[in-house]
Ligand binder design. Structure first.
Ligand code: HPA
Length: 278
């Protein structure tokens, strides 16, 4: 089902504070809800109130679109994301990213959990994504193209904005947060990878592997949003450590990385708002 963005935005504007013009959008992976809690004067919309969102547990009770202020900068934040491995179509993912654009933001910060393919980047660390390899079986822009949203064919050379990367690196330096840089490879999931897959991905040039991010980056670039992407390293990728990968382990180290991200992202947002490119 194709969702009309004007129907979606009618709902969003019904909830949005008067004269609210967010500068930055944020899409937060699971485990980063504490960042959303830093948002002041917050107005929350449950995903289920937004037309076209999947029903039931997928867009469950923790899934909220939050509008408010971070470091006094107006922001819109997707707290909780939709993953393709949940069996959803691309439509609701497109809707969430396009809301950010339609509210007037020029930039979006996308976060997600990853396994690391680099021995020096360990669990609990943060990696700034500089490029990606789409290994998911599809592209969210397949189908009839709406030229009012973006062009049929669009470049991905500068998908991860160089200026935003500079601002992010400077913010990390000021806060003394080590920031790795690397290439994100997306899988569909929900299984983690085999060691052979990880060896192959290393040869392709991947530094991190995860089950999200890439569809949102594609949708964001299609509609002209600038993208900054931070990955929380929750584990060494399959076969790269004696530790067995478990969901429990990823939660534990995700929390460690999330603590860094909840400092880094507000600092980044504050700096970004001072520049002309916000
Ligand atoms: N693989 C894929 N996705 C992930 C991983 C991983 O090792 N860790 C966290 N998300």
């Amino acid at each position: 089902m194709t969702i009309s963005m004007s129907d979606v935005m009618q709902v969003i504007h019904r909830y949005a504070p008067k004269d609210f013009y967010p500068k930055v959008g944020m899409i937060l992976g699971s485990g980063l809800s504490s960042l959303a809690e830093q948002i002041t004067q917050a107005v929350s919309i449950p995903y289920q109130a937004i037309p076209g969102m999947p029903s039931g547990g997928v867009a469950g009770h923790a899934s909220l679109l939050v509008m408010g202020y971070l470091q006094e900068v107006p922001v819109v934040c997707m707290r909780g994301r939709l993953h393709l491995y949940e069996g959803i179509a691309y439509d609701p993912v497109r809707t969430l990213v396009r809301i950010v654009k339609q509210l007037g933001c020029e930039s979006v910060i996308i976060t997600g959990a990853v396994g690391s393919l680099r021995p020096e980047a360990g669990p609990g660390d943060v990696m700034m994504i500089t490029d990606h390899i789409n290994f998911q079986p599809g592209n969210p822009l397949v189908g009839i193209n709406d030229e009012t949203i973006g062009p049929r064919f669009f470049a991905m050379e500068d998908a991860y904005d160089a200026n935003l990367q500079e601002i992010m690196s400077a913010a990390a330096r000021r806060l003394n947060i080590p920031l790795h840089k690397g290439v994100y490879l997306s899988t569909l999931g929900p299984s983690f990878e085999t060691p052979a897959e990880i060896r192959a991905f290393r040869q392709w040039g991947a530094d991190a592997v995860g089950m999200s991010v890439v569809p949102e980056v594609l949708i964001a670039r299609h509609c002209g949003l600038r993208v900054a992407c931070l990955a929380a390293i929750t584990n060494a990728a399959s076969g790269m450590s004696k530790e067995k990968i478990s969901h429990e382990g990823t939660l534990q180290f995700g929390e460690l990385a999330a603590r860094k991200l909840t400092k880094l992202i507000p600092e980044f947002v504050k700096e970004l708002s001072k520049t002309a490119i916000a």
